[in-house]
Write a protein that binds this ligand. Structure first.
Ligand code: HEM
Length: 184
């Protein structure tokens, strides 16, 4: 977050708003978003498929006709044969890499792939960084543990699986509460 904040402050300067035209100037922030989508894909099993015939085979496993198929996008993004230190959050691994390859090279498929790839991918890859950049630029974020201390290692990063993936224990933030009280 500190790296992203330095990058955003450098480009946006004081007393202004983050604009969508700034996005190409935030390579680190873009890498943070891509790394987040790799480790925490919001749709961990994509949208279920159905095998339409009985002659399908995947890696030698026969797939019965009408079987419901879930693609584990969460596991693909953490495949140790593809990713170095797969469990580590390292945005640097994406610096200099083109996000246009998401969904095409199948190393990570947070938006699915092929004919039924998420049609909102282009919008999402602009709106999410814009929103995140605005939040980082406009607020100080200090996630606290139950003892009201900021200890990054204490953050519970467990996830609950379902049609969408979410944090089991929400991040509490004074800033979030202040922002909420301000608006409501
Ligand atoms: C970070 C944001 C988003 C993520 C991670 C995401 C992810 C996905 C995934 C994984 C699928 C299933 C693809 C598959 O099964 O192969 C999907 C489908 C879809 N998404 Fe998204 N999506 C996002 C944002 C959006 C937005 C902004 C829109 C629309 C404006 C959108 C519209 C759709 C639609 C209509 C489908 C169904 C496509 C079909 O079945 O043919 N998504 N999305």
């Amino acid at each position: 977050m500190a790296n992203a904040k330095v990058e955003i402050n450098f480009i946006v300067g004081p007393n202004r708003y983050v604009r969508d035209s700034n996005l190409l100037e935030f390579p680190y922030l873009q890498a943070v978003v891509t790394e987040t989508l790799r480790l925490h894909p919001p749709s961990p099993f994509l949208i279920p498929r159905k095998a339409e015939s009985d002659d399908a085979e995947i890696l030698g496993y026969p797939i019965p006709e009408n079987a419901q198929i879930l693609v584990n996008a969460w596991a693909i993004g953490r495949d140790p044969t593809v990713w170095e230190n797969p469990e580590r959050f390292e945005p640097e691994r994406f610096l200099g890499r083109d996000t246009e390859t998401i969904g095409k090279d199948f190393e990570m498929i947070p938006f699915g792939g092929g004919l039924r790839i998420c049609p909102g991918i282009s919008l999402a890859l602009r709106i999410v960084p814009l929103m995140l950049a605005s939040l980082i630029y406009s607020f100080e974020w200090h996630p606290k543990n139950v003892k009201n201390e900021f200890v990054p290692e204490d953050l519970n990063m467990d996830e609950t699986f379902g049609f969408t993936l979410h944090k089991t224990e929400p991040i509490y933030s004074d800033t979030l509460e202040r922002a909420y009280n301000y608006f409501y």
